[in-house]
Design a protein around this ligand. Structure first.
Ligand SMILES: *Cc1c(COP(=O)(O)O)cnc(C)c1O
Length: 458
């Protein structure tokens, strides 16, 4: 008999979880104004709100943390992190920042001007925010297949080269500060970009004289999918694949809270000394001196180790198999999810799950609330609340997809937890015909309303 799969780690430290009753949860979610962001974490049994900053560090990371050097300038922790970044990405220059959006703030302050055009694959919301804040325009060039949830495609994060060339040929190079390649593509469901696509994007970028920037939060998960799905990469290590991926990049921004497996941190890495020097000025203004940039020495040390660990095949296999395990269970129960299953989360197609709830009543949010009441599981709405209102007409923007995202933290939950999640969803699925109404807004902020919105039952 073939031995079954098991996690590539064992557990050394644990954190207690408290199970609650359905009655308690009905009360708590009402008090939270039906906004899952308003719940206290101890009112949640399994927290799938995000995989950002929620991972468990290893014993090696914790011991590196104890060796952190808190010197203001020239700390050994800075050099440890610099060495990891050079080894993994092959980039000469780097600037630490306190998280990913801070890296965007510093780099885009240097490069993005009013009227600029920034093509890419489904820009992440803070990335788009930082472009639009500077009166630039983010142009989505993701392949069309990405938006058909049930369609299987190995690299749904890919950039459509025809769409990209149209942008590159329509504006002068001075108006296009960079092409952004998001690996993996969060917005389209944690979907990877192929090496072939990355290479072709770089060739086109060179032809038009535009630099390429990787938005890198889940770069290691992307490399894992290349190893599994792309011809010619089966026998390469994750580190070799990552190194090749980044050989096609001129610069990168990183949210270390994802594939850095730390709770806080980010960085910019690049090849150009000139851009590094220009960005260093903003780093000092917004983040801190260039050898700490908003991070403690101990955190830089933990990140230096985290980057080495997240690029180990065994770690990635354990992580991505767990997401697949959950996704497969849901598929077996007949629950409509986005295919193929992504690298960090399972996305449930709420419109197909709750066809009787009108779109004006926030379908994915309604499902998120039901799943919380059923099992104390906290997911997040990726639907109309998140899409917000049109800035001019102030009408609700109804996105093509209403999704409930269940993001899985790194090295935190066991497959027993995955079983609980799957059964909770099945129980809601079995009573879906009785869920016909959703929610109405009592209060909303003028922008980014989903974080603080207050709702009531219809
Ligand atoms: C999380 C994320 C960011 C922003 O990083 P923060 O650390 O949350 O500020 C940017 N891009 C992508 C793709 C991300 O996933």
């Amino acid at each position: 008999m073939e031995l079954p799969f098991a996690e590539s780690y064992k557990i050394k430290m644990v954190e207690p979880l408290r199970r609650s009753t359905r009655e308690e949860r009905i009360q708590w979610i009402k008090e939270a104004k039906y906004n899952l962001f308003n719940l206290r974490s101890d009112q949640v049994f399994i927290d799938l709100l995000t995989d950002s900053g929620t991972g468990a560090m290893s014993d090696r990371q914790w011991s590196a943390l104890m060796m952190g050097d808190e010197s203001y300038a020239g700390a050994s922790s800075y050099f440890n992190l610099k060495e990891s970044i050079q080894k993994i990405f092959g980039m000469e220059y780097f600037l630490p920042t306190h998280q990913g959006r801070a890296a965007e703030n510093v780099l885009f302050s240097t490069l993005v001007k009013s009227g600029d055009i920034v093509p890419g694959n489904s820009h992440f919301d803070t990335t788009k925010g930082h472009i639009e804040f500077r009166h630039g325009k983010a142009v989505d060039c993701t392949i069309d297949e990405a938006f058909v949830t049930e369609m299987e495609h190995p690299f749904k994060g890919n950039i459509d080269l025809t769409k990209l060339e149209k942008v590159l040929s329509s504006y002068p190079a001075e108006k296009i500060p960079m092409i952004i390649v998001t690996v993996t593509c969060n917005t389209s469901g944690g979907q990877p970009v192929s090496m072939k696509n990355i290479r072709e994007v770089k060739e086109m970028a060179v032809k038009y004289g535009v630099p390429v920037c990787f938005d890198s939060a889940r770069f290691a998960e992307n490399a894992y999918f290349i190893k599994l799905r792309e011809e010619g990469y089966q026998n390469k290590t994750i580190k070799e694949i990552v190194f090749e991926m980044y050989s096609y990049a001129d610069m990168m921004t990183m949210s270390s809270k994802k594939d850095g497996i730390v709770n806080m941190g980010g960085f910019i890495a690049l090849r150009s000394q000139q851009i590094f020097r220009d960005a260093a000025v903003y780093n000092i203004m917004f983040e801190g001196f260039i050898t700490y940039g908003g991070m403690s020495g101990r955190d830089m040390n933990a990140l230096a180790v985290g980057l080495m660990e997240s690029t180990e095949f065994e770690y990635l296999e354990t992580r991505i198999k767990q997401i697949e395990y959950l996704g497969q269970k849901l598929i077996e129960f007949g629950i409509p999810i986005q295919r193929p299953i992504g690298g960090h989360a399972v996305f449930i197609d709420a419109k197909k799950f709750l066809p009787s709830v009108p779109k004006e009543e926030y379908i994915a949010q309604t499902l998120a609330i039901e799943v919380y009441i059923e099992g104390g599981i906290r997911g997040v709405e990726i639907g109309t609340l998140l899409a917000d209102r049109d800035p001019e007409s102030r009408e609700n923007r109804y996105p093509a997809l209403e999704l409930l995202r269940l993001a899985i933290p790194r090295r935190v939950y066991t497959n027993n937890h995955m079983d609980v999640i799957a059964v909770a969803l099945k129980n809601v699925w079995d009573r879906r015909d009785n869920i016909k109404t959703g929610y109405k807004i009592l209060y909303e902020a003028p922008i980014m309303r989903h974080f603080t919105v207050e709702l009531d039952k219809i």
